[in-house]
Design a protein around this ligand. Structure first.
Ligand code: PAF
Length: 283
């Protein structure tokens, strides 16, 4: 495993093996690597000759300064986990802010055909412009054949697919199923910040998603939402921010279920000051 901090250096290394016809996958991360990331990286290693893993806490996608400051940064542990994979297929790109932003740490403004206004977009204004900006730059620097993203951030995945399509970026975007703790909690770097009691309470989020799914199609969408709100009202350690049942394609909230359409439930919850999101396919 080799670590690069400068885009020129990783580009040089990539150019060399690309000239030998080798394929390249990219797994973009913000570090604090967990099993979910490793799952993406292992899949990328199976499907490509070389895999670039970027580790970069992207300032432009944080709409809350406190969240950016407290985001876990565990580069030493991350590099040790990656070197434990014992493969020389992996290249790590761990840049400083200026290597990506060149002194202008601001977002490009995107039109994602409305995907950006739902759910996370409503509660985290500017977030998806920040994500779009950094992912586009990573695609430009690394020029991967395939790029891997987890479905925990399902809306992000939809937005990146839209970015690639609208801007004709020659990369195949691959979404991977959510990786969960044995107790059901979706793996997230933010879980590291949970207090022991909040960590114990947090699996409730996936329990509720599963129970909402069981009710889908048997009672109205409105009634499922009311039921979820009521469940969280009784759980003192977790505050519900939103629960939305949406069309899995357009991400538009739905009231009426139509046959042949795919739906998904999306949820955001605060466990103290830590914001957790999750989602589930309903049909
Ligand atoms: O999902 C993440 O960790 C980030 O949003 C990403 C895709 C690495 C962009 O900073």
């Amino acid at each position: 495993m080799k670590v690069y901090n400068k885009k020129e250096d990783i580009r040089k290394a990539i150019a060399e093996f690309k000239s030998d016809g080798l394929s390249l996958g990219l797994v973009p991360t913000m570090g604090a690597l967990h099993e979910g990331h490793l799952d993406l990286i292992k899949k990328a290693c199976r499907e490509n000759d070389k895999v670039a893993v970027s580790i970069f806490v992207n300032p432009t996608q944080f709409n809350n300064v406190d969240d950016l400051e407290k985001y876990p940064r565990t580069i030493e542990a991350d590099l040790s986990v990656l070197s434990d994979l014992k493969t020389d297929a992996v290249l790590v790109y761990a840049p400083e802010v200026d290597d990506i932003y060149e002194g202008q740490t601001i977002s490009e403004l995107f039109d994602f055909d409305g995907l950006e206004y739902e759910m996370e977009g409503k509660f985290r204004p500017g977030h998806f412009d920040g994500v779009g900006t950094v992912v586009k730059r990573l695609f430009n620097i690394i020029e991967p054949d395939k790029a891997y993203f987890g479905e925990k951030d399902f809306q992000q995945l939809a937005i990146i697919k839209k970015l690639v399509k609208k801007q004709n970026i020659p990369v195949t975007v691959i979404g991977c199923p959510i990786f969960r703790e044995p107790n059901g909690l979706a793996m997230s770097s933010r879980n590291l910040r949970l207090s022991p009691e909040h960590k114990k309470a947090a699996p409730f989020i996936y329990d509720i998603l599963k129970k909402a799914k069981a009710q889908f199609g048997t009672i109205s969408v409105e009634n499922i939402k009311d039921w979820v709100v009521q469940q969280f009202a009784e759980e003192a350690l977790l505050q519900l921010e939103y629960f939305v049942i949406a069309d899995a394609e357009t991400l538009k909230p739905t009231k009426q279920i139509e046959p042949k359409k795919a739906y998904r439930a999306f949820i955001a919850v605060y466990a103290d000051e830590i914001r957790l999101i999750d989602n589930i396919a309903l049909n």
